[in-house]
Design a protein around this ligand. Sequence first.
Ligand code: PMP
Length: 455
Amino acid sequence: MATLDRARLASLLEQEQAAYTSNHPRSRELFGQADNLFGRVPMTWMNMWTGGFPLYLDHATGNRVTDVDGHTYVDFALGDTGAMAGHSPKPTVAAVQRRAGELGGITTMLPTGDAQWVGAELERRFGMPLWSFTLSATDANRWAIRLARLATGKPKVLVFAYCYHGSVDEAFALPGPEGKAQSRPGNVAPPVDLDLTTRVATWNDIESVEAALAHGDVAVVLTEPALTNIGIVLPEDGFLERVRELATEHGALLLIDETHTFSAGWGGATRAWGLEPDIFVIGKSIGGGIPCGAYGITREVAAAVTRHTDAGEADIVDVGGVGGTLAGNALSTAAMRATLGEVLTEDAFAHMVELATAFTAGVQATFDELDVPWSVSQLGARAEYRFARPAPRTGEESAAAADDELDAYLHLALCNRGVLMTPFHNMALMCPETTRVDVDRHTEVFREVVGALFE
Ligand code: PMP
């Protein structure tokens, strides 16, 4: 098995860093001028881009991004799924222009007919009959968790170690001593001790799920169908089915968050794998880049909620804690209708999944040829490599395989060769406009930069 030479990695990283700095003078200059931005970026997480300063966007279309220094990239980051439909897909742009310009009324607090169209389409894809809209997946998770607490009368959320569901307070937990939840390192000023709100289990470890649920205080199991925010950690056979059964046995609801795993197919992993959630959350991609999100619930959950609201015990209409002024606005719903109806179609998914399969095979070929101790996992239209072989089975194992220096080297080396990967991950996502030539370009460049490390 090939071994990593840290000294060689450090010197390659230095070369790539120097090339990045000298090739992007305009981005560097703009970053240097951003004195009024906290962390010099529009949002602090943009400092996740490696290289000391982010690329500044000039324009983007399809799967191409061009920076202010005039370099054009094949974009596999796709806004970490926000641009899974490609950048500025034409049908979405047309619908947005019509709503914002010709028709007018970006946000009026009034519904349009688009919302019902989207609700029906979401039911066709994901099965849930009743939907509410948000402006982010985070909000969808937050509000859905409140409904789950109300519906079950139980206080806690069960999550998996190293999950990510947006900035949801309850989810920043790791297993601690004596089965208690503890705050994840880096969690910014949690409002209360995580053990008051959360139980934590280990992915693919059904006994840990059973032990957490056995306390009888879990309102909702909040999970992705595969972990996707600590590399992709796929579920083992039967794991999700057993989680579903255990949730039911212990009176907890199952919330499936498909914000990323929508990549599994046109109906997400829920359709592809026959999952049976009580609550379904999605965001990011379905508006083609326009802020939006949604949660769907079963009729049983709806009835359990309205029992309490009808009795005057909770308020989901005024200031009870569910909803936002701009949620479900006309622009956002027009964008969702166009994106789901005309861009992220069944045919588009077939193309995207085929390309992700080729991408995965290309990465695996480099690993095999050079005997690199890494792995690659595919989830429909997305794929991700991780610095462990075999592929990690749990969030904990995957976290242990993190390597910041390797991440920095690969991201910079690929970027310097015209390929953008998601900054938080080594994730690549295909969009309807990605081509086989783009995938082959990654395969070739990946072979070159990994070869420089191991040959
Ligand atoms: N759920 C999952 C599974 C996610 O990966 C993310 C973001 N990466 C979110 C929710 C939150 O999405 P947003 O930041 O758009 O609210």
